[in-house]
Design a protein around this ligand. Sequence first.
Ligand SMILES: Cc1cc2nc3c(=O)[nH]c(=O)nc-3n(C[C@H](O)[C@H](O)[C@H](O)COP(=O)(O)OP(=O)(O)OC[C@H]3O[C@@H](n4cnc5c(N)ncnc54)[C@H](O)[C@@H]3O)c2cc1C
Length: 376
Amino acid sequence: MIKTSYDIAVIGAGIAGASVAAELADHASVLLLEKEELPGYHSTGRSAAMYIPSYGPPKIQALTKASGDFFNNTPPEFCNTPLLTPRAEMLIARGDQLAAIESFMQHHSTIQSVTEIGAAEVLRRCPLLRKTYPAAGILDRSGSDIDVNSLHQSYLKKFRQLGGKLAVNEQVTRLQNLPGGWLVKTNSASFTAGVVVNAAGAWADEVGSMASAESIGLQPKRRTALTINAPANLDTTSMPLVADIDEAFYMKPDAGNLLLSPANANPTPPCDAQPEELDIAICIDQIERAFEIEVTSIVRKWAGLRSFVKDNEPVAGFSAQADSFFWLAAQGGYGIQSSPALSRYAATLILGNSFPEDLHAYGLDATSLEVKRLGC
Ligand SMILES: Cc1cc2nc3c(=O)[nH]c(=O)nc-3n(C[C@H](O)[C@H](O)[C@H](O)COP(=O)(O)OP(=O)(O)OC[C@H]3O[C@@H](n4cnc5c(N)ncnc54)[C@H](O)[C@@H]3O)c2cc1C
């Protein structure tokens, strides 16, 4: 018989839900509910798979740096292949964008891995660029590719090994806060749980309203990507991710192909995001202006949602309005690279444990990501 009563129900089995569920399962009975058949179907399966500690707002940078130790020293029982493969990030600027280089360097002057480089070095590192395009660049040597599928599947495996129950094709449709805890109704079943964790990605505000919690003002934004064949005879192994300094486009090697994105951020309601032809056309135009590349055919194209609140930092904390309802949302474009530290952060608060010293050392505390800061 299927168990129907749990200490904790986590809604959403993308990287946020899978990682926090794995952190919780050693201490509580945990149910992980996912509306799709495949847990990585939405944002988690559609990312550019980069780990860039200097990317994102301050608390995201802190969480990303705090995740570095886990990524680099992954316990073999969690995953026995490397989760990170070094890939530098190179920001490039045309002559009219040099002020942006100066401003970036001012804001990142304490990061040792970040250095300003001249046009010749930019061209040496990415021979595909048009010779007349870059005027200067910035190299961040601390970047890496993340094996997102291994990371996500390893969290789900750890969760199951610790006795957690993953239920797919189970869309939460109703949440009722009863005296003894939450009644969680899905399209096909009912469960009870003492605590509900809202890790529903772009749908987090919708799930919040089912629980009569505050709205966090979550805004999903569509980002498009495509892959093309890399030019023959080009060794892309050590080529960096190349991004426009104003984040107008980026390109990175991807398993023998090149991944391109117009770095768009189009506001949209939560949905199964699809690539729009206009975004693809803009992307190809930008890429062909900057690189000696003619895009004649596309191997694959897709779009995914990056969801933000007003300060672009994630939300991890209990609701002020709905008892025992925990928000884990708004990871924006950084939810993979920050997931090891963010899931530990969230699990600590959910379990009421003392705050981890190593996260303190990165300037984080139990209120850093609270809902209250949003004034909602
Ligand atoms: C093009 C692109 C590039 C990106 N590149 C990077 C990158 O390089 N590095 C990085 O760190 N991040 C990147 N990101 C961001 C990253 O993908 C997200 O921050 C992260 O995947 C968010 O994870 P999540 O678990 O919150 O969301 P999701 O993966 O969307 O998971 C939420 C889950 O909740 C489920 N759900 C929703 N409502 C319900 C319900 N009512 N009942 C049950 N289940 C429900 C959904 O089906 C979904 O599976 C990128 C994103 C995009 C789109």
